[in-house]
Design a protein around this ligand. Structure first.
Ligand SMILES: [Zn+2]
Length: 399
């Protein structure tokens, strides 16, 4: 089964891949549709029943209906992404279905591919699992527009993947959801663990800061008469990084997006808008640092003679996965003599939405050098096979 798995992984993860640009399999674009069709033909080969719901999520099922284990992830990628993110979970699930397809199962095994997990084409992310679990409502999801102004609902209708609302995973009442995934960080490899068992997903708090100064000619305006919004913002970003470093590894803080107006080399920046992203498994710490960041920004704004507006962006509080399922995954690792580490997932996954409707857990495998969402993303065959072995053992315990 492991050779077959690696072969299938290689075949499907290469859809949309080229060596210079990585994977371009953004949701419901040509290559995502090609990957979907390929998965469906693989599911046909093992006589799985195939359904779509009204988010375009794909479900492949085998077995009868006495209990249900769902396994999945996503096949869409970010632009210029890697081959392993999402795809690893889907192909692992497919292999488990293939393994059991020759047996008469009393339980149902379901593989799921969630639509637009990455949120690269339509925001927010986790759309497919969000609609299928009732976290998002249909009008909201369908009316999201991509950068060409195309609505999710219209594009989905045009693809042949629009299914029925009654097929949503929530209505299937699964007993379990397991999501195998690459770590997307460097810890497992660095500390020489073979498997990561996430206890949950960290708190993520995002606020939008706007520093407002005064535009002026860069030449004639003396240094002591400036109200430079970018200088204030830069000091804030630098200080935030220092604070996060003193609290590491309990927290991470990032400014990854910044808008400057007018963004002209010869004009003193008038407005700088930035997003500060704070993540920590410790919810209270994340909110405490949010408060400290607000105070710090105000202090710097006063010092630099600019004004400041802070808007709450969004916040996701720490979620904890199902303890019993975590124990079973741990037991599977022990059976297999694999070195495992309990950890938190610092990125969001479909498992976050699934955790709201069923017993959920994840199985993580090392990411080489911690690289992800880039063509350098890599997990070795042996790491991928280890994760699949843990998944197989876990499913055996659950059946
Ligand atoms: Zn992913």
């Amino acid at each position: 089964m492991f050779e077959e798995f690696l072969k299938t992984f290689d075949e499907i993860s290469k859809i949309g891949w080229d060596e210079n640009n990585g994977v371009n399999r953004v949701a419901l674009t040509k290559f995502d549709l090609e990957a979907r069709n390929r998965i469906i033909s693989k599911l046909h080969e093992i006589n799985a029943e195939i359904n779509f719901d009204d988010a375009g999520n794909i479900y492949g099922s085998i077995g009868r209906n006495e209990g249900m284990i769902t396994i999945g992830s996503h096949m869409d990628s970010v632009p210029n992404g890697g081959r392993f993110d999402g795809m690893y979970g889907v192909i692992s699930g497919l292999e488990i279905l293939r393994l059991y397809s020759k047996e008469k199962l009393n339980e149902k095994l379901v593989l799921v591919d969630f639509t637009n997990e990455e949120g690269s084409r339509w925001q927010p992310d986790l759309q497919g699992s969000g609609l299928a679990t009732g976290v998002f409502d249909k009008n909201f999801i369908y009316s999201r527009t991509d950068s060409d102004g195309l609505k999710f609902g219209d594009v989905l209708k045009e693809s042949k993947f629009l299914g029925q609302e009654e097929n949503r995973i929530k209505n299937m009442h699964p007993d379990y959801y397991i999501e195998p995934h690459i770590e997307q960080g460097p810890v497992l490899e660095k500390e020489k663990y073979e498997i990561g068992i996430p206890l949950g997903i960290v708190t993520d708090v995002v606020d939008i800061y706007t520093f407002m100064g005064e535009s002026n000619q860069a030449g004639p305006t003396p240094m002591d008469m400036r109200k430079d919004a970018l200088v204030a913002a830069s000091k804030f970003i630098y200080k935030i990084n220092e604070i996060a470093n003193t609290l590491a590894p309990r927290i991470v803080m990032t400014v990854g997006e910044i808008k400057i107006l007018p963004n002209v080399y010869s004009v003193i920046p008038q407005i700088v808008e930035l997003k500060l992203d704070i993540r920590s498994p410790e919810k209270d710490l994340a909110y405490e640092e949010k408060k400290i960041a607000h105070e710090l920004a105000q202090e710097i704004a006063n010092e630099k003679n600019v004004s400041l507006k802070i808007k709450n962006g969004w916040a996701l509080d720490t979620i904890n996965f199902n303890e019993d399922l975590i124990k079973i995954i741990e037991k599977s690792c022990k059976d297999l003599n694999l070195k495992y580490k309990f950890m938190y997932s610092w990125a969001t996954h479909d498992a976050m939405n699934m955790n709201k409707i069923t017993d959920t857990a994840m199985i993580m495998i090392p990411s080489h050098n911690g690289r992800s969402h880039t063509k350098e993303e890599f997990s070795s065959d042996s790491d991928m096979v280890n994760g699949l072995k843990v998944l197989k053992k876990t499913v055996e315990y659950l059946l």
